[in-house]
Design a protein around this ligand. Structure first.
Ligand code: ASP
Length: 286
């Protein structure tokens, strides 16, 4: 599915860029980019996500504004096709930062986001994937298999004309997860973070190790300390591996437009656009 992933990130980048080009905010840009990937069945976000062990899609998402430090997150929602839209509503229209499960769905509905059925988010490819996985793990401990599973969480980071940065992350979590399990993606500072004074970051990978290190904030703090995002991104992957034997990937951007992309998995699809150039890849950036 390499081509599908490359096309997916390219479309998301184009959607985010359109917002910025028209003078929109980084916050709007990351939201629009993530919506495109949630709607794209090849990723583990929105429809087409990995299924939990009961065969349901359960989604987490977080969005953060580097200018104000406002954030909005949802966890374990089952009836929202675009959880990042709900997260954005929380950021913009609620004094709270998080809503989970039914409360999040109620909040979304009350704020004009239509609910869907969980079955609408489930696709045959994932029913088959779960069946295969459960067959193989019937006699083993499922957590032993976690490192071998692919990760397809989506994320976006952006810098706008006003000099503000933002980040957004959305996921269906890990395959065969226990119902109610929350990953790193929607946890502030773990799977997503943004502060104009440090950096915007979005991570993917095996969530439990990532959250133990509060990895997005860890990387942003390295940038605030004067390191280049390129270095901090690579270093965060070394830290993840060395400290907790984790694996994943990160995108990192500061308010001066300097960025880093790194992963310690064999592949991670990424796309980047600046006024000067655009680039897409699935292996480590050149
Ligand atoms: N980090 C996500 C989680 O553990 C999974 C992923 O990145 O695909 O929920």
């Amino acid at each position: 599915m390499v081509e599908a992933h490359l096309n997916g990130v390219r479309h998301a980048m184009a959607a985010g860029w359109r917002v910025l080009e028209h003078g929109g905010t980084a916050l709007d840009a990351v939201e629009e980019a993530v919506v495109i990937m949630e709607d794209d069945e090849c990723f583990d976000a929105g429809r087409g996500s990995f299924l939990n062990r009961e065969g349901k899609v359960q989604l987490d998402a977080f969005i953060m504004d580097g200018a104000t430090l406002r954030g909005g997150g949802v966890g374990c929602v089952e009836r929202i096709a675009n959880p990042i839209r709900a997260a954005r509503k929380i950021l913009s229209e609620s004094p709270h930062v998080y809503f989970v499960a039914e409360g999040a769905e109620r909040f979304a509905e009350e704020h004009g986001i239509p609910l869907c059925r969980n079955e609408d988010l489930v696709i045959p490819r994932e029913i088959e994937r779960l069946r295969e996985f459960q067959k193989h793990t019937a006699e083993e401990k499922p957590e032993l298999f976690a490192p071998a599973i692919s990760h397809d969480t989506v994320g976006a980071i952006a810098l706008d004309r006003a000099g503000n940065i933002a980040a957004a992350t959305s996921t269906g979590g890990t395959l065969n997860k226990a119902p109610g399990r929350l990953g790193d993606s929607s946890l502030i500072g773990c799977g997503c973070y943004a502060d104009n004074q440090s950096a915007a970051a979005s991570t993917t990978g095996w969530g439990e190790p990532i959250m133990k290190l509060v990895l997005a904030k860890w990387a942003a703090d390295r940038v605030a300390a004067g390191n280049l995002p390129e270095w901090a991104a690579a270093e965060s992957m070394n830290y993840l591996k060395d400290r907790v034997n984790g694996h994943g990937g990160i995108i990192l951007l500061d308010a001066r437009g300097r960025f880093g992309i790194a992963h310690n998995t064999p592949r991670m699809a990424w796309a980047v656009k600046t006024p000067e150039k655009e680039d897409t890849g699935i292996n480590r950036p050149r």
